[in-house]
Ligand binder design. Structure first.
Ligand SMILES: Cc1cc2nc3c(=O)[nH]c(=O)nc-3n(C[C@H](O)[C@H](O)[C@H](O)COP(=O)(O)OP(=O)(O)OC[C@H]3O[C@@H](n4cnc5c(N)ncnc54)[C@H](O)[C@@H]3O)c2cc1C
Length: 286
């Protein structure tokens, strides 16, 4: 497998990146770590005369806190997130999730932004970010930033709501509600996850005041299972009844709309989701 020839551009500002994208139109593509895009080029599934490397754009880098909100630059690698002191302090479940992505080689160069923009249905971060109600920030050149929920950003397999020439600049995660606990789990046979589940629980006076259940990697896109959340919300935590968890698992499996693919049959994945949701939700209460 060899890479076809292309011209490499290394802009240092968003404005220059957008200008290049406008100049070369459909013959140009953004790239960051290249773990998805370069593979597509090598396999002949895509072809571009111009690649626009985003790694030198300062605005896309770094992990910072803006008051209670964590702001993760789109060009931050999985490895940097896994090791970020700030993430460990503010949202350790995300640092742990990042440590489970792919392998060291991919995590070292692959980025959070690249993962979300590629929108492979088998994504750990997309599932996790749904459970924590994250927002993404997109911008084109000098234009105003557009903020949208992660649910509105990930539209379907390999499809996002990015507009022409627009870049994903950052992921924003607001502080979790007081007392909330979040856990991410995955199950994989191959390199990419077969099923991903992220659950959040907030307990007040022994009762589940808030429950969130996000499921991904089994269907066309990650989803929040509102019907599973309804089954859990209001339930007493002490000895959380098996039938409540079981109902939540069944509803989540239905809402996730599993499909047959190389990682398993839809029926198998529905069963996997049911088990993972029950187990993961229980873990949020441990
Ligand atoms: C072997 C292997 C195992 C993997 N396992 C997992 C796993 O377990 N869990 C998981 O979640 N993922 C997994 N992945 C996916 C991995 O997380 C992604 O490959 C990586 O995060 C992509 O980031 P990148 O910077 O390399 O993207 P690139 O290849 O650089 O870009 C991907 C796409 O996004 C676009 N893009 C990139 N950045 C931006 C931006 N800021 N704005 C607009 N468009 C942009 C590019 O144009 C391109 O279309 C795996 C991948 C491999 C190769």
């Amino acid at each position: 497998m060899t890479l076809p020839p292309f011209e490499l551009h290394r802009p240092e500002s968003l404005e220059d990146a957008t200008e290049l994208a406008t100049r070369y139109g459909e013959d140009a593509a953004f790239y960051c770590g290249g773990t998805e895009l370069l593979l597509l080029l090598k396999l002949g599934f895509a072809s571009f005369g111009h690649l626009i490397d985003l790694k030198r754009i300062e605005e896309l880098r770094g992990v910072r806190a803006e008051n209670g909100t964590l702001v993760l630059g789109a060009a931050v690698s999985h490895r940097d997130l896994e090791r970020s002191q700030l993430l460990h302090e503010r949202l350790p479940a995300m640092a742990k999730m990042e440590r489970s992505v792919a392998n060291l080689r991919v995590r070292e160069v692959g980025t959070l932004g690249g993962n979300l923009c590629f929108s492979d249905p088998h994504s750990d971060p997309a599932t996790f970010l749904l459970a924590v109600d994250a927002e993404v920030e997109c911008r084109r050149g000098e234009g105003a930033a557009r903020r949208l929920s992660i649910a509105d950003f990930v539209v379907g397999p390999y499809q996002t709501s990015l507009q022409d020439g627009e870049l994903l600049t950052a992921v924003r995660i607001h502080a979790l509600p007081e007392g909330a606990s979040v856990v991410h789990a995955k199950f994989s046979f191959h390199e990419r996850p077969t099923a991903t589940v992220a659950c959040l629980a907030r307990v007040v006076d022994g009762v589940l005041a808030e429950a969130r259940v996000a499921v991904g990697s089994v269907g066309a896109r990650p989803v929040r299972s509102r019907s599973a959340e309804e089954a859990l919300t209001g339930a007493p935590v002490d000895g959380l009844a098996g039938d409540v968890l079981s109902t939540a698992g069944e509803r989540a499996a239905e809402d996730a709309a599993p499909v047959d693919d190389a990682t398993g049959s839809a029926d198998y994945k529905a069963q996997l989701v049911k088990v993972l949701v029950e187990r993961t939700f229980r873990e949020t209460l441990a």
